[in-house]
Write a new protein. Structure first.
Length: 64
């Protein structure tokens, strides 16, 4: 997947929905994205790691 360089340069910072950590532009690949009530929520790698069991428990069994 190629990213549009202009889109990534002008992207707003992404904020972790749990702790408030910010990432400039696109979130790092270690961050987790969740769609909740129709909106995207991002979680930094530390918060995702701390809550991985809760995140996985929401997945349908077809995912695992």
């Amino acid at each position: 997947m190629q990213l549009d360089p202009e889109a990534t340069e002008n992207a707003a910072p992404v904020t972790c929905a749990r702790c408030g950590t910010t990432a400039d532009g696109m979130p790092p690949p270690t961050w987790t994205c969740s769609v909740e009530n129709g909106s995207r929520r991002y979680f930094c790698d530390d918060c995702a790691r701390d809550n991985i069991r809760a995140i996985e428990s929401r997945l349908d069994s077809s995912w695992w």
